[in-house]
Design a protein around this ligand. Structure first.
Ligand SMILES: *Cc1c(COP(=O)(O)O)cnc(C)c1O
Length: 397
């Protein structure tokens, strides 16, 4: 079976993640090859000319495309059931390329305010430097999206569940409004993972991932992925990527390509453990406001049931006593380490108010739901009993 046959929608997603996009060299290798090459040689000057004219299929230069990177892109597109995917050096390179590619001076962007810190920087500070205005709204309130729309609104941008408050937005409702007003909907799907939420099927136009998180899943490489239609990629994003150079390294693409094979196993296990731990945390006398997309008491449980096929691997909760108490908890952890990464095989804990969301004023943080006592827990692949034991001893301390 060829790599493109293996991308067929008839095959199950797990099967596509193992086989789709595979291109074998003349050696017939089992495992996908790492083509660590900047460029390619041509049989003749005529062939070289034809390739630059896009009349001869093949590779030219790794800033444009590379066989290993292409395998990753095709595998991810096949998994999402999308026409096209492009890989970038980081998740932020993917977000920036999409937002810069879809807008020009005079355009307007509406975004949900509960965004990953760097995403919010790009929307709030970076785009306006180039004459692209932005409005931040309460993403869970569809009326506030509508109110923010202007005649020049070109893009809607959201993250769901959001980092770190795990707020969930009704993607189909925002997509319907975007279509009505002629805007593109871009969804950052990192916290849901590719496994549990399919924004393109809910009406989103472009999907972005930080592949650094669950897709690598073992804390090794940075990466980003843009998933969309061939038309949107070719019309709005391809030239920006090709000429400004946020390309993913072939080595990182190879790591991500192989990591996709085990993504469902890892994420399902991490989410199962997270569900057990969230329920346990909710029963403890200390922590309050345990937020987990798999729990019935999640503020948007009804939307989650409609648009997600699984929860997340992240839990947010509040420790009474603000920053001091949160720091005491983090410092008492033994197995679970303090780190701002997430989606890793290793369970990690972070205090968002002093790290990922430190840049914001206390008022903005409060509006985003990032309180001084809130901690974010990313559940890894350890046995859940060991993680509970670690949390129990740290909460007691
Ligand atoms: C980490 C993250 C990003 C940025 O990804 P990088 O790979 O670190 O550049 C964007 N959005 C969300 C939701 C993230 O968690």
């Amino acid at each position: 079976m060829s790599g493109s046959e293996a991308g067929a929608a008839a095959l199950h997603p797990e099967t596509r993640l193992v086989h789709a996009g595979t291109m074998r060299s003349q050696f017939g290798e089992t495992s996908e090859a790492l083509f660590l090459t900047q460029g390619h040689v041509y049989d003749s000057a005529e062939q070289c000319e034809a390739r630059f004219l896009n009349k001869d299929p093949g590779f030219q230069y790794a800033r444009f495309s590379n066989p290993t990177v292409s395998m990753l892109e095709q595998r991810m597109a096949a998994f999402e059931g999308a026409e096209a995917c492009r890989a970038t050096a980081t998740g932020m390179a993917a977000v920036t390329a999409v937002l810069m590619g879809l807008t020009r001076v005079g355009d307007h962007v509406v975004a949900a305010q509960a965004l990953f810190g760097s995403c919010r920087y790009v929307v709030e500070d970076h785009l306006p430097r180039y004459g692209v205005e932005s409005t931040l709204v309460d993403g869970t309130d569809i009326a506030s999206w509508r109110k923010a729309v202007r005649p020049n609104t070109k893009v809607f941008f959201l993250e769901s569940p959001s980092n770190p408050t795990l707020e969930v937005i009704d993607i189909a409702a925002v997509a319907a409004l975007a279509r009505e007003v002629g805007a593109f909907l871009v969804v950052d799907n990192v916290f849901a993972t590719p496994l549990f939420q399919r924004p393109l099927t809910l009406g989103a136009d472009v999907l972005v991932y930080s592949a650094t998180k669950h897709i690598d899943g073992q804390g090794r490489c940075l990466g980003g992925l843009i998933v969309s239609s061939e038309d949107i990629i070719q019309t709005h994003i391809q030239t920006y990527l090709r000429q400004t150079g946020p390309a993913m390294s072939p080595f990182n693409a190879w790591v991500m390509l192989k990591a996709l094979e085990t993504l469902p196993l890892r994420v399902q296990r991490q989410a199962q453990s997270a569900a057990i731990i969230a329920d346990w945390l909710a029963e403890q006398p200390g922590p309050s406001k345990v937020i987990f997309p798999g729990r019935k008491d999640h503020p948007q449980a009804e939307i989650i049931a409609r648009q997600m096929s699984g929860p997340s691997t992240l839990i947010a909760f509040e420790v009474p006593g603000g920053k001091d108490a949160a720091f005491r908890l983090l410092n008492a952890m033994k197995l679970i380490r303090i780190s701002n990464n997430l989606g890793d095989a290793k369970s990690l804990i972070v205090h968002p108010a002093t790290t990922t969301h430190q840049r914001f004023t206390p008022e903005v943080r409060t509006a985003m739901g990032v309180t001084d006592g809130m901690v974010r827990l990313s559940i890894g692949l350890e046995h859940p009993d060991d993680l509970i034991a670690d949390l129990a001893q740290a909460l007691a301390a």
